[in-house]
Design a binder for this molecule. Structure first.
Ligand SMILES: NC(=O)C1=CN([C@@H]2O[C@H](COP(=O)(O)OP(=O)(O)OC[C@H]3O[C@@H](n4cnc5c(N)ncnc54)[C@H](OP(=O)(O)O)[C@@H]3O)[C@@H](O)[C@H]2O)C=CC1
Ligand SMILES: O=C(CO)COP(=O)(O)O
Length: 347
């Protein structure tokens, strides 16, 4: 049996800390697990995470620990806030400690290279007997912890898990919407990182509002086109986890992906940009996988393909931008007339 008020959060980064603190503020008994014992002890003693969210006090109902068993035993919900590169390895560790009906939720916005696997699919593979879900939306950790009004989405096939998550996290400043299209919600969160890099790059080049609006709109078209071919509901992309998160990360330098794009657009190498940011920017790996996927499925994704050429084939940004603008004329709104995955060279 699980304790309905016990929640575990895996990951000592900015989003894990924000989620853990929110759940604790809501009166739950929360354990946040960090891999680094010394850091866990420091955060627990300081009541602060100085490594990722300095200056922000943590709630007394939150315990930070390096002991995975203590964190997970009897928890009703486990949030996995580990970047996608390490996600599976951590999920493999928790299996022995989970109770039969513990729900497990991914907050990671990335894709595993083998078989284009999303993180909730990793949960499905590693924890086939557990209810699983995805939390995704326009959610900067730094704004959550200072109680900016925020909306998110819990996506799952399991209504009980949706209700439990809403109860655990909802507050006067955090609204949790439900969605049953888990794949679409998760794909939106992963794909928008590509376009945040593109928009950061465009900003570094001094583009105006016209360009930004065009980029955002065409990004949404491109994301929805791939989603539809992969079997997600393209309408999901009109929600918080699609359009909402796209707007957020494509317009703000709080986004690490946007900052990577800005740095590359300003003349830094990709490696320099990643090192300077010092935290995970999932879009750099995602664009490789999406470019391959788009080619193999013959889905037209000029922005993702153009970004790949800049980041990994040393194509000059200006040259790629000009090529995108000079292609054949294309249709505006998709899903309502001429459609989608016909090859073209324009935006
Ligand atoms: N930050 C945000 O605003 C949001 C982030 N997300 C998503 O959440 C996920 C996590 O992001 P975020 O918290 O921001 O990332 P951060 O870079 O802030 O932190 C990542 C955390 O994961 C830990 N970690 C990495 N590898 C391992 C491992 N093998 N075992 C155990 N712990 C590990 C790191 O530990 P260590 O400190 O020891 O290196 C670090 O504490 C990402 O997929 C991101 O896209 C989603 C919504 C918002
Ligand atoms: O996904 C995010 C906010 O919703 C965070 O974006 P970055 O990973 O680009 O910082």
């Amino acid at each position: 049996m699980t304790n309905p008020n016990k929640i575990a959060v895996l990951g000592g980064g900015s989003f894990g800390t924000a989620i853990a603190n929110m759940a604790a503020t809501n009166g739950n008994t929360v354990y946040q697990w960090m891999r680094n014992e010394e850091r866990a002890k420091q955060c627990q003693a300081l009541r602060e995470n100085p490594f990722y969210l300095p200056g922000f006090p943590l709630h007394e109902m939150l315990t930070i620990t390096h002991d995975l068993q203590t964190a997970i035993t009897d928890a009703a919900l486990v949030f996995v806030s580990i970047p996608s590169q390490s996600f599976r390895s951590v999920v493999k560790l928790i299996q022995p400690y989970l109770s039969k009906d513990t729900g497990v939720i991914s907050t990671a916005k990335g894709i595993e290279p083998e078989n284009f696997t999303l993180m909730s699919q990793v949960l499905e593979q590693e924890l086939p007997d557990h209810p699983i879900g995805v939390l995704s939306g326009p959610n900067f950790a730094k704004e959550i912890v200072v109680n900016q009004q925020t909306g998110t989405v819990i996506a799952s096939e399991y209504d009980a898990l949706i209700t439990l998550t809403q109860k655990a996290l909802s507050s006067g400043t955090f609204r949790v919407y439900a969605n049953h299209d888990r794949y679409g919600v998760e794909l939106g969160g992963a794909l928008k990182n590509i376009y945040a890099i593109v928009c950061g790059m465009a900003a570094a080049l001094g583009t105006g509002h016209n360009t930004q609006a065009m980029l955002l709109t065409r990004s949404l078209a491109e994301m929805s086109r791939l989603a539809q071919v992969l079997g997600a509901n393209p309408m999901t992309f009109l929600g918080l986890a699609g359009m909402g998160d796209l707007i957020l990360t494509c317009t703000s330098d709080l986004s690490r992906n946007y900052r990577v794009g800005y740095a590359v657009g300003s003349g830094k190498s990709l490696n320099e940009a990643i090192t300077d940011i010092g935290q995970v920017a999932e879009g750099v790996n995602t664009v490789k996988l999406v470019k391959e996927k788009a080619e193999s499925l013959n889905v037209y994704m000029p922005l993702a393909t153009g970004l790949y050429a800049i980041l990994f084939e040393s194509r000059p940004v200006i040259e790629v931008a000009q090529q995108l603008m000079q292609g054949e004329q294309n249709y505006d709104v998709e899903f309502s007339g001429k459609l989608s995955n016909e090859p073209s060279t324009s935006l």
